[in-house]
Design a protein around this ligand. Structure first.
Ligand SMILES: [Zn+2]
Length: 307
């Protein structure tokens, strides 16, 4: 018996054109507020951190979205940068709120040791719609490439290009969710006119290291820290997580730059993508945020100790 996934937009086997993209966009209602949940949280941090507006996305009639990053006070020349990014996929809520929680609770402790640059919500239109793509049905996390035509990615690339200091560590905060399999993978197959191949969703936290320049000690430090808060994803029976070989518990590798992934956008020696699983019956939203925070702290601590 074959399973035919029918996505409600487009014709199976035919890649979307402008009409299908417009129809897809019209089917994405605004479900939560970037201004109320994210910008207001950034505003509450303004008396303790420098807030940089690094771009604006005009997605009229849906909205106009200013893009913000936070820096610790007293930026030091000649001291390396720790870059933390969240909400590259807007629906991955703990990436956004984990980044903000890290700033609120821990960022000041790093003052004088490393320059922190935190972009907590890279894709705000998708944050509001609990979606993966931007309004053009493009995935920002495949578009961190030279001369990117994806606004979310291009804006962040522009911010990082202005840095004079070396980026030592970059931690990009994500989630893997049940909706990846029920909505976003079928949508991707439909958009590209390809058949949908069912996959698996790991139950637990994992990391994506860089195939081109792996840093196993760095990844292990983050896994150890997160394991105190939530469970680490076991490998599938074939030894993989989402189809990639598990190289150590909870760690897989991708060629980050080649795929245009956010975590590959800098030359940082230490880089990773975190993947929290929020749909586990064993994990609360608070745990998911705390897992992101633990990963960021452990990652930066490791980078500082091995610099
Ligand atoms: Zn993601």
């Amino acid at each position: 018996m074959s399973i035919v996934a029918t996505y409600p937009v487009g014709t199976p086997g035919i890649a979307w054109g402008a009409a299908e993209i417009a129809e897809w966009r019209s089917r994405q209602p605004r479900l939560r507020s970037y201004a109320d949940e994210v910008v207001s949280a950034i505003d509450r941090l303004r008396d303790r951190f420098d807030v940089v507006q690094y771009g604006v996305l005009d997605y009229a009639p849906d909205g106009v979205y200013p893009l913000f990053a936070l820096r610790n006070r007293g930026w030091l020349q000649g001291v390396p940068v720790a870059l933390v990014t969240g909400g590259v996929h807007g629906y991955e809520t703990s990436g956004v709120h984990g980044a903000l929680q890290f700033v609120e609770q821990h960022a000041e402790a790093y003052a004088g040791r490393i320059n922190l640059l935190v972009a907590p919500c890279v894709s705000p239109w998708a944050y509001e719609r609990i979606n993966r793509w931007n309004p053009q049905a493009l995935d920002p996390n495949r578009a961190f490439l030279l001369d990117s035509s994806v606004g979310e990615s291009a804006a962040l690339l522009g911010l990082v290009a202005l840095l004079h200091e070396e980026v030592l560590v970059h931690i990009d905060l994500h989630e893997t969710t049940d909706s990846d399999e029920s909505e976003f993978r079928p949508a991707l197959a439909a958009r590209d006119g390809k058949p949908f191949e069912p996959g698996t969703i790991p139950d637990g936290f994992y990391l994506v290291d860089d195939t081109e320049a792996p840093q196993p000690g760095f990844q292990q430090a983050m896994i150890d820290a997160v394991a105190k808060i939530t469970h680490i994803a076991p490998a599938d029976p074939d030894g993989t997580i989402i189809g990639s070989e598990v190289v150590s518990p909870g760690v897989i590798r991708y060629p980050l730059r080649k795929l245009g992934l956010c975590a590959g956008m800098t030359d940082a020696r230490y880089k990773t993508t975190t993947e929290v699983y929020p749909d586990s019956p064993r994990a609360t939203p608070e745990q998911c945020n705390a897992a992101q925070v633990a990963a960021v702290c452990a990652g930066i601590d490791y980078a500082l100790a091995h610099h």
